[in-house]
Design a protein. Sequence first.
Length: 271
Amino acid sequence: METQEPSRIGPLLRAWRRRRKLSQLDLALRADSSTRHLSCVETGRARPSRELILRLAEHLDVPLRDRNGLLLAAGYAPAYRESPLDSDRMAMVRSAIRAMLAGHEPYPAAAIDRTWNIVDRNDAMSLLLGTVPPHLSETGGNVMRLILHPEGLASQCLNFAQVRAHALGRLRHQVDTTGHEDLRELYEEVSAYPAPPDLDTDPGPVDPTGIVVPLRIRTPLGDMAFFSTIATFGAPADVTLSELAVESFFPMDEQTDMLLRTLAALGGEGQ
């Protein structure tokens, strides 16, 4: 396959190398290549082989979506498929996600894509989202908007400044490490949201006695406190799968645990 722009691969590889803060020598040594050849590739004087591109991408920790982009820029076919989550090919993935979400009950959990859109969630998530207006929660919702929008969880969050700083830091890190424009646009949108009235936007110093940044939420049943974990699929070979994650929330105290278990026993009545 020929390409009309054979030199595009060079600037793209250089951008990824600089994003990872590696010198040409560092990358050449890791990828078992020569600095001279890598320099020629980056300046467009040499066309890298398909194997070299994939090797460089591996050592640069380039997401699968962007590895396909590198290959296309050099005139090669993509190496990784991108399967719709609702396709037959992804049936076992959907089943695994469902099992993870159901198995986490009575605690909240949600599956999210690379731009923080919720693609699936368990019943306990309704506890966190029950008072969120439909325009934020329809079609699943977006985690960053749900947390930071003044009409979302922000208005119920008892430590909003801390949570906001942590959420924006995670999103900013994603933007810096991937350079994806859609993530940058999301960051610019949510970072511009005003804080709900009477909420301090200064996160203050980090608690030296704490081990995680908690999510403290006021609910009609009482205050709850959570921490969360993020789980991803190991060794993905599909773009969609590589971009999926499951965020699971755990109670930080006995009161939260008791309220969640009571709600589960009552079938969610009273939410």
